[in-house]
Design a protein. Sequence first.
Length: 364
Amino acid sequence: MSEIFYVVPETLHNDLVAAAYRHRGYSADESVAGARFCAEATRHGIRTHNGLKALHLDHLFGSGAQGCRPNATIEVKPSRFPSAQIWNANRKLGQATAYAAMDTAMKLADQYGVGTVSVDNAFHYLWGGGYVMDAAKKGYLAYTNCTAALAEVVPFGGKFPTLGTNPHSWGFPTTESVGYPIVIDWATSVVAMGRVQQLAREGKSLPPDAAVDENGVMTTDPTKAKYLLPFGAHKGYGLSLINEIVAGFIGGSLPTIRNRWDKAAGDKGTCCFFFQVIHPDALNAGDFAKGRGQQANVKAVIADILGHGNEKCMLPGQLEATAAARSARNGGLLFSEAEIKAFNEIAAECHQPAWKLSDFKVAV
């Protein structure tokens, strides 16, 4: 039997999430950015990084600790390369920082063909796919990675967690070709810790080979999962390592003390972000077969990949597009009963009215 979801008006959701951020000291602009991100994650079916996850992360490691500073100002550092900006985020809210960085990278790509923004002293931005999807919808190829809030992943062949879940996200402007942007977005662990928390809330099991307990023993019980494992063995390990090394060049902290302020002792404990945007014209060699233009050629390439008996294969971003279409059909954001109860705990924290389940229609 499929899970029942209820339709919550987006304005009601955004008002509550923004109120929660303001209650914790964030500015109006930061709160709006936080709520916008949470709505986009929910709209696209990313339940592991919705408002519940964002506010929980902020409580544990952000404004509730030392990882995030409400009302922080981004400092643009000197750079001798006009297409590459370097920022000190000063621990500003991750979603607000990421939206600003991606917008800047797009403007740089408009001017130089390629734009990059490297961000030091950041706080985790959650679902990287949302930022590259936004850029792809506007016609750009986009990439981002970040170092995760904590080192929770054991490297391939190891026994102690020294890596973050360290996601990679790519977005491609393929709406003209397939009806939605192709978005490749994943944590480099088998599952993200947000997924572990979601499964624990829902009383469901983890997939095998995804996590270990405090003794290093494999477990499928999300309530016993202590550390995560990289996907694809050495391959996922290598991809996770990329984030840590790129962050190392930017100025990132040692992974094992990131957001563990009791262990930092004068060292850094913050995350890093990296954004890159490419204008399609910067890739256009102009020599397409059979008189095709750039977009027509991309469409033909994808059609060839999905032909030859592969018609039932899915494209990355297809599930998110399907979820967004369902949200649009229902006229709001979709949440389970358990999630609505969790939002009411947030409402109580920031002195907002509770949501009544009876006020919401069941999603179709």
